[in-house]
Design a protein around this ligand. Structure first.
Ligand SMILES: [Zn+2]
Length: 280
């Protein structure tokens, strides 16, 4: 499980440009925006400032310095530990997610520079079974950490996930421990890890590597938590405060370090990484 990463250089199957022709409808206000303009605003609605979800590969490209991004393809065999079938066999759901997103799993890895700092960029694909943390996704995250240690790079991780992957049951929960071995390796090697929490970030991802970073950034109004608000209300028999589980609420309560608009992330994360690495 902990074998060294087997990177393949060049554009791999995990990265593909996303620029649908025509227009894009803002998921929040339904305003239609010309695709080129939508790409220019990094998937943020110019009318209502909604930070829409963007594919993992696009995220990586948004964060890396131009011309420095290089896909890392790590081969990990698909797993189906429970032989799960809820009407559609789990392996078929994986194949469908792969066809739909172009990503091989919910975790996409790339090398790149961020504000001149060599980094491994880990980006989660929400379109891939809700960005859920299955055993392959966990292994890919851990290997991204191993790659960073092997090459003395920082880790910049974009966390967007619904949480555990139900098709893998307890095996999915075990990934919190597997991912923590990765972040521990970074800490032991004194390499910085900056996380960007985007909407939504929940469950086992929030409970492990999303909140284990040295510095935690979040996008405006991103929903971040462990269990969903409705579940907590039912369990606690009390009404939750306004704005509960938003990036701004968590900032006010010390759970995130900064809320940063998407167009500031490359420079902002880069500034943090430079400070942490002591780069001038
Ligand atoms: Zn909008």
């Amino acid at each position: 499980m902990s074998a060294r990463p087997t990177p393949l250089r060049g554009p791999g199957p995990q990265l593909r440009p996303v620029a649908p022709p025509g227009t894009v409808a803002c998921p929040a206000c339904a305003r239609r925006v010309v695709a080129a303009r939508w790409e220019e605003t990094l998937g943020v609605c110019p009318a209502c400032d909604h930070h829409a979800r963007v594919p993992a590969a696009t995220r990586a490209a948004q964060l890396a310095d131009p011309g420095t991004l290089e896909s890392v393809h790590t081969a990990v065999d698909d797993r189906d530990p429970l032989r799960f079938d809820d009407g559609v066999p789990y392996p078929e759901r994986i194949l469908a997610a792969r066809a739909e997103t172009g990503a091989t799993e919910a975790v996409v890895t790339a090398r790149g520079e961020v504000a001149g700092v060599p980094a491994v960029i880990m980006s989660m694909e929400f379109g891939f079974l809700g960005g859920s943390l299955g055993s392959v996704a966990g292994e890919l995250f851990a290997r991204a950490c191993e790659l960073a240690v092997a090459e003395r790079r920082a880790l910049l991780g974009v966390c967007v996930s619904g949480g555990a992957r139900m098709q893998e049951g307890i095996v999915s929960l075990a990934q919190m421990a597997r991912c923590t071995t990765g972040t521990s390796m970074l800490a032991a090697a004194r390499l910085p890890y900056v996380a960007v929490l985007a909407d939504p970030c929940f469950g086992g991802v929030t409970a492990s590597f999303a909140t284990q970073a040295d510095v935690i950034l979040a996008e405006p109004r991103a929903r971040i938590g462990f269990a969903g608000g409705r579940v907590i209300e039912q369990a606690a028999h009390s009404k939750l405060p306004d704005g509960f589980q938003t990036a701004e609420f968590l900032l006010a309560h010390g759970m995130v370090d900064a809320v940063m608009p998407r167009h500031e992330l490359r420079v902002g994360a880069g500034r943090v990484l430079r400070a942490l690495t002591g780069a001038s």
